[in-house]
Design a protein around this ligand. Structure first.
Ligand SMILES: [Zn+2]
Length: 106
């Protein structure tokens, strides 16, 4: 299932201008490169920390990703896939990639 953010949604939710573009760009990068390893990113709603108590909020509180979408690049809620550490500002984070072994975008 493809998740696409729309400008209509951007307006309705009162997100910043350019939100939809930023979200759709983030969906093109399923991999993150950490410590030299390509890891599959964790979509919003797939990490135990996404749940407050037992309830999963409809959207990421930081970037506004819907359940099943990748977080925006730079979201403070996205986690390193294998360690669950915060991704934003992680010292071993190299960047994002469209495929395993592909070019790394910082
Ligand atoms: Zn997020």
């Amino acid at each position: 299932m493809v998740h696409k953010a729309t400008e209509k949604e951007e307006k309705k939710m009162k997100f910043f201008k350019g939100w939809a573009k930023e979200m759709n760009m983030a969906q093109k990068f399923p991999y993150v490169v950490v410590n030299g390893k390509y890891l599959k990113r964790v979509k919003y709603g797939k990490h135990k920390l996404d749940y407050y108590g037992s309830k999963l909020p409809e959207r990421c509180h930081d970037c506004g990703a819907r359940v099943g979408m990748y977080h925006a690049i730079g979201c403070d809620w996205e986690r390193i896939p294998d360690t669950s550490e915060q991704m934003l500002g992680h010292p071993k984070l190299k960047g994002f990639a469209t495929k395993k072994g592909g070019k790394v975008y910082g």
